[in-house]
Design a protein around this ligand. Structure first.
Ligand code: SAM
Length: 251
């Protein structure tokens, strides 16, 4: 069935890139029903204000809970128990959230509906996620990494792209999303090489031309283990020993 994704932002044009490439195609093919909303449509004053100064003082502006409340009530209409609603997740990008990983993407790819609330300024009033969680919605405050962006739109694009490519039919060859860095094997993927075999004095490993699939698989696995150990020792430490085979060397 198709996944419905709603994004609420004060910069809807920022999300125009979701018309392009695989996500654009998935929308055209009806695999994803993606709708973008302008938060200011739920503001009431002449200036369409969505923010106010922080309670307690300090720098910057905070996004108002009343405006966000009206917007999210409208977009989430029907409530968590609405018949046919399926699993709806309210996703709030924030650098103060739990870190979004491939596991998070796999989990959210199983949702029927995602509603993404993009913050700006100092973020959305903290009572907003609390309110929707108390009403029974599944609320996920997620960070795409330990750095601070100006707004949630770029983070929303990152998360939606990672989630959407796991949906059936979005990526042409389903095998290509299973054997990648950060997939279930818990390793970085082996290096990628194509023709020409010799390029600027660099030769591709001979084994890749051997046609011997077992040898190629072994060489690729050895290379994946070696580059994971070199680049991401934390991933080697986190490996589940049950995923290793008897010929694997992890040191
Ligand atoms: N004052 C907030 C704090 O220190 O936690 C940062 C607000 S940030 C300038 C504005 C918005 O950008 C956030 O509300 C969020 O939507 C988005 N954002 C910034 N960094 C992010 C990150 N690492 N992951 C996800 N969203 C992020």
């Amino acid at each position: 069935q198709r996944t419905r994704i709603d994004i609420v932002s004060i910069f809807p044009a920022f999300l125009d890139v979701l018309d392009l490439s695989l996500i654009g195609r998935a929308r055209e093919d009806g695999l994803i029903d993606l709708r973008i909303h302008d938060l200011r449509d739920w503001a009431h004053d002449r200036h369409r204000t969505v923010d106010d100064t922080p309670l307690g003082g300090g720098a910057g502006m905070v996004m108002r809970p009343d405006v966000w409340g009206e917007a999210l009530d409208a977009v989430l209409a029907g409530g968590p128990e609405a018949p046919g609603a399926g699993r709806a997740v309210l996703l709030i990008p924030t650098p103060a959230g739990e870190v979004f990983t491939q596991r998070t993407a796999e989990d959210l790819a199983r949702a029927d509906r995602l509603v993404v609330a993009c913050g700006r300024y100092e973020g959305i009033d903290s009572r907003v996620p609390r309110h929707y969680a108390a009403r029974g919605f599944e609320v996920r405050e997620l960070s795409i990494g330990d750095y601070v962006l100006n707004g949630g739109e770029a983070a929303a694009i990152v998360m939606i792209e990672a989630i959407a490519r796991l949906l059936p039919g979005v990526v042409g060859n389903p095998a290509s999303v299973l054997e990648e860095s950060h997939s279930a094997a818990g390793l970085l993927e082996h290096e990628a090489l194509t023709r020409p075999v010799a390029w600027r004095g660099l030769d591709a490993p001979e084994v890749l031309l051997s046609g011997d699939h077992a040898r190629i698989a072994r060489a690729r696995r050895d290379e994946a283990l070696a580059r994971t150990a070199a680049r991401r020792p934390d991933m080697i430490r986190a490996l589940d020993p049950a995923t290793l085979d008897s010929q694997d060397r992890t040191t």
